[in-house]
Design a protein around this ligand. Structure first.
Ligand SMILES: C[S@@+](CC[C@H](N)C(=O)[O-])C[C@H]1O[C@@H](n2cnc3c(N)ncnc32)[C@H](O)[C@@H]1O
Length: 431
């Protein structure tokens, strides 16, 4: 059953609905619990669906505040907010998509935002298209979400064209630029296979065999060699702060990278912070560098997750003279600390020990800070299949705390070792 019906969505965007959401939000801000807010909403409307929708919109609005500048006026449902792209990612993706076109299309439907939801991406596309947004067609098969999308577009000051339709059967104008963001959930459960997305990704690709660029928004878990993706693509792994948040599959976007190899799957890692692109680098898996494997040096180097997913971490390692700690680990090491960079985090290696509780306990006992208090440590597992709680107990329950020491358990090709590391005491740009 849809979380919101069209009649309730229309009420939500009315003066009475907006006032109910604003009041529910203010009460939640004042510390009222949801039951109390729902009871108060009963004074505004006798419809249980309206009360539920107003409460859901209020909860979602509060969650949206840290990321959405206009949150105070936007309307979401809880589920729609969870599914919406982060605005920083939408803005980046829209800017790249429009940049591929050279000139901004103005014909109605020239930019097709398929699976538009409540409009996070639609608004970013319309803004990138110059603000009028007349060329952006926002398609979703959930008519109630489109009612909220129209409201949100108005709040953002862009005029878009909502269309209640199935993205698989809708005929798009010839040459339309396509931006699909299919749902990664089915029956409430997260799905991995591209055929299980809603709508199915291969079905979407088959339905619109256009010649124009596509930006297909997927989860960062998508594998570069997924057989349900076409061959001539770029997969861009996007990291926001420390979190890997998305993979955008670019089709017919002809520019990137300044292709060193033949058509094939290319990669890009992009780091965003505060809505800005911090840096980006491209790779071509066909030209992949393979770093040698060796013993831990004086520093451990943890590449940014986007670099690892885009398989550019070995290239990065070569540039800084690092090697791998194990054949199948992305973790790098070196005897010289590399210069500060957003592409990796560096930790000093204090000791390399066998991963045996008895020896580790002895080592911890022998350390201690200047006052003889035991070291606070954090346990980090790299490919080690162990229960962290049990491991901690086997080490004699050392105090845990954020004072910079880590016991890193590292599964290598033939054994497991423990590397004691601590935060580098160097001032420089972090990720
Ligand atoms: C991940 S959400 C989109 C979020 C949106 N891009 C945003 O940033 O707010 C996916 C959307 O796809 C819609 N959808 C699922 N199947 C569809 C289909 N066959 N045709 C059109 N829309 C569909 C769902 O209703 C849902 O709103």
């Amino acid at each position: 059953m849809a979380e919101l019906d069209v009649a309730t969505a229309r009420w939500l965007v009315s003066t009475a609905g907006l006032a109910a959401v604003a009041s529910a939000t203010a009460q939640l801000d004042d510390g009222a619990d949801e039951l109390k807010v729902a009871t108060d909403l009963a004074r505004r409307t006798s419809h249980s669906e309206r009360r539920a929708a107003a409460l859901s919109a209020a909860v979602a609005r509060r969650r949206a505040r840290p990321r959405w500048q206009l949150a105070e006026d936007l309307l979401f449902t809880r589920a729609a907010l969870e599914q919406a792209s982060d605005p920083a990612v939408s803005t980046h993706r829209a800017a790249r998509l429009l940049a591929h076109l050279g000139s901004t299309p103005t014909a109605p439907g020239a930019i097709a935002d398929l699976c538009a939801g409540v409009g996070g991406d639609t608004i970013a596309l319309a803004q990138a298209a110059g603000g009028s947004g007349a060329s952006v067609l926002a398609v979703d098969d959930d008519a109630a979400r489109l009612v909220l999308l129209a409201h949100n577009a108005e709040v953002a000051g862009v005029a878009v064209t909502p269309r209640d339709a199935d993205a698989l059967t809708l005929a798009l104008p010839p040459g339309a630029v396509v931006h699909p963001d299919p749902s990664r959930r089915r029956d409430g459960r997260r799905v991995r296979r591209l055929t299980d997305h809603l709508p199915s990704v291969p079905a979407l690709l088959a339905a619109h065999p256009a010649t124009s660029p596509w930006a297909l928004a997927l989860s960062p878990g998508v594998a570069l060699d997924d057989p349900d993706l076409p061959d001539d693509i770029e997969v861009e792994y996007v990291q926001l702060g420390d979190a890997l948040v998305e993979a955008t599959v670019w089709l017919r976007a002809g520019s990137s990278p300044p292709s060193p190899g033949a058509p094939g799957r290319r990669t890009r890692a992009t780091l965003l912070r505060d809505g800005e692109v911090v840096t980006t680098r491209t790779g071509n898996p066909a030209d992949r560098v393979r770093l040698p494997v060796g013993e831990p040096g004086s520093v451990l180097i943890e590449p940014a997750p986007a670099a690892v997913r885009a398989r550019v971490h070995d290239q990065l390692g070569r540039e800084i003279g690092a090697w791998r700690v194990a054949t199948h680990r992305a973790l790098l090491t070196s005897d010289t600390a590399p210069p500060p960079s957003p592409w990796y985090r560096v930790r000093d290696v204090a000791a390399v020990l066998p991963a045996r509780p008895k020896e580790l306990r002895r080592w911890l006992r022998d350390q201690g800070d200047a006052d003889g208090a035991p070291l606070e440590v954090e346990l980090v597992l790299h490919g080690v299949d162990a229960d962290p709680q049990e491991l901690w107990r086997s080490l004699g329950r050392p105090p845990r705390g954020p004072n910079g020491w880590r016991l890193e358990f590292l599964r290598r090709d033939r054994d497991t070792i423990s590397v004691v590391t601590r935060t580098r005491r160097v001032v420089g740009p972090d990720r």
